[in-house]
Design a protein around this ligand. Structure first.
Ligand code: B12
Ligand code: SF4
Length: 479
């Protein structure tokens, strides 16, 4: 085996979403097509990776995919095992090493980092290692030389349309089909990268330089057909940053789905301003081709904060789109965040009132995701603003383990705003949360948390979130 690619788990428990490891699947398919042998191990499904590795041949080099947050902890544990037991070079790729290549490379367990798209950089690295050639000219690569860290210049974006095939045999595809115990057999598909926007909290810019590209439609059609006919998939989750980036392309996909008459459903993320522009013909096509719900990143109810986030949308547009969704009877999810640098209690209250209005009169709103506590991901525009306002980032890789929406301390806000943001986040999440021992009374608890939101929006009475202690207490004593 030439390369072993590993995806570490993203949580301490073992029941996180088993999303398809498209990042590794793309890289491995590309390398296989170039004649290298590759193996993928995904800790989300291959929990006993030690015994799998004990039975496999020794790879030439081992790669790990890493996002900022708890995944770093499991990436380090795995890298340590590889170094101790196999003694081969380890390289990291993905969001975190791309955002902080130098700090990542400083770690003794990591020999190389690959910034941005991994396909071509890894291909060139493998060739160089095999032929013992210099690494200096490999764009997108970071490495160590005589104790020094060298980060080469960025690589141009990978031409996705040059890809001929995705080798599904590299994963046990069945492990990633999400089943609901009834009829649903859902699968994530990723067919594009990037988006044309530059939201100040998002890492998109680091990867796709505010552009969008996709695989060829023929490849997409072949994949969908294979998934439906060979694996019985009947729902597709388009796992793209911006599925609707090209309306012409989406139209072609929808016409094709209708023509194939597969009788499958699909869902995708959508921008508010995009949906605002969809005409009746487009919406009818969406429904005919099987769209059953859409997910929108709204993020805030305050126009000031939406501007700060560079979302290029307003509260008024959200309300327009909500009316359009209701009129067209389209199920949807809205995502929010809270605690952005410069966000005041008034801004947060505007989010509370927007959420209240959306939930109150909208039968097609399935759930509000969040508001999650804003997390300044390194390399994003808002990260630099958070730094100016008091955020001290971790100095070492290990410091990023808890860098997650419920782990950050909102150092860029005043104490009063911090408390308000956290309590609002938990109170709103309470409306949709499954609480331990109370799942049969979910509706009652949901009403209780909605009542708290009502008191805040209508009378300015904020009852802080204290229930967490109570639920944790019950959990502890298994009462
Ligand atoms: C699926 C997914 C997940 C999955 C797991 C994915 C994984 N990689 O392990 C789950 C559901 C667990 C998840 C969780 C979270 N996610 Co997520 N997720 C995604 C999503 C939708 C798709 C990832 C993907 O496969 N993309 C397609 C592939 C082809 O692109 P790619 O990942 O960029 O991979 C390319 C390069 O990065 C590179 N590469 C990647 N890995 C490797 C490895 C090697 C060895 C090499 C050489 C190269 C390489 O090469 C690839 C091909 O060129 C992205 C958004 C998106 N559409 O990209 C967000 C995204 C990665 N997630 C994000 C976030 C914020 C989160 C959460 C924090 C959400 C939350 N609030 O809880 C958690 C974090 C958990 C943690 N860190 O512990 C952010 C990243 C933030 C960051 N700095 O890490 C993203 C970019 C969304 C966004 N725009 O904000 N996520
Ligand atoms: S948040 Fe969504 S719309 Fe904004 S830059 Fe990121 S992917 Fe694009």
């Amino acid at each position: 085996m030439d390369v072993l690619l590993f995806r570490p788990k993203t949580a301490d428990h073992d029941y996180s979403t088993k999303s398809v490891p498209w990042n590794l699947l793309y890289i491995a398919s590309f390398l296989e097509q170039k004649g290298f042998s590759v193996k993928i191990i995904d800790e989300l499904v291959d929990k006993n990776w030690v015994s799998i590795l004990n039975k496999s041949d020794k790879p030439l080099i081992v790669g790990v995919s890493v996002m900022t947050g708890l995944q770093i902890k499991y990436a380090l544990l795995f890298s340590k095992w590889i170094k101790e037991k196999l003694g081969v070079p380890v390289f990291w790729g993905g969001v975190h090493p791309t955002s902080l290549p130098e700090q990542t490379l400083k770690h003794e367990l990591i020999d190389f980092v690959i910034k941005g798209d991994g396909e071509e950089t890894l291909f060139e690295l493998l060739q160089a290692l095999k032929k013992k050639k210099s690494l200096e000219n490999i764009d997108g690569l970071g490495f160590k030389k005589s104790g020094r860290i060298i980060i080469n210049k960025n690589r141009n974006l990978f031409n996705l349309s040059s890809l001929k095939k995705i080798n599904f045999n590299l994963i046990n595809l069945d492990d990633f089909i999400l089943r609901d115990g009834h009829n649903l057999q859902s699968f994530d598909i990723n067919t594009s990268r990037g988006c044309y926007f530059n939201c100040s909290f998002c890492v998109n810019k680091l990867f796709s330089h505010i552009s969008w590209r996709s695989i060829k439609l023929e490849l997409l059609f072949r994949m969908v057909e294979q998934l439906v006919k060979e694996y019985g998939v009947n729902h597709i989750h388009w796992m793209e940053l911006d599925f609707f980036s090209s309306k012409t392309r989406v139209k072609k996909i929808m016409f094709w789905l209708i023509k194939q008459n597969f009788n499958i459903t699909w869902d995708a993320n959508c921008r508010i301003d995009n949906f605002e522009k969809f005409d009746d013909e487009f919406i009818t096509l969406m429904k005919q081709s099987g769209c059953v719900y859409l997910t929108f990143g709204v993020e805030s109810g305050s126009n000031k904060i939406l501007k700060k986030l560079n979302k290029k949308l307003t509260r008024e547009q959200v309300l327009n789109v909500e009316n359009k969704l209701v009129k067209n009877k389209i199920d949807h999810y809205f995502q929010f965040m809270i605690g952005v640098p410069t966000e005041t209690k008034e801004d947060m209250s505007l989010t509370a009132s927007l959420v209240y209005n959306l939930i109150r009169k909208n039968p097609y709103l399935k759930e509000i995701y969040g508001p999650n506590i804003y997390t300044p991901y390194p390399g994003t525009d808002l990260y630099f603003e958070a730094l100016k306002q008091g955020f001290v980032p971790p100095k070492k890789l290990e410091g990023w383990f808890n860098f997650h929406w419920d782990g950050v301390n909102l150092d860029w806000l005043s104490l009063k705003e911090k408390k308000f943001a956290k309590s609002l986040s938990f109170n709103i999440k309470g409306i949709y949360k499954e609480f331990p021992f109370f799942s049969s009374r979910k509706r009652l608890l949901s009403k209780y948390f909605f009542f708290k939101l009502f008191l805040l929006v209508k009378f300015g009475i904020n009852i802080p979130y204290f229930e967490g202690f109570f639920f944790d207490f019950l959990k502890k004593f298994k009462f």
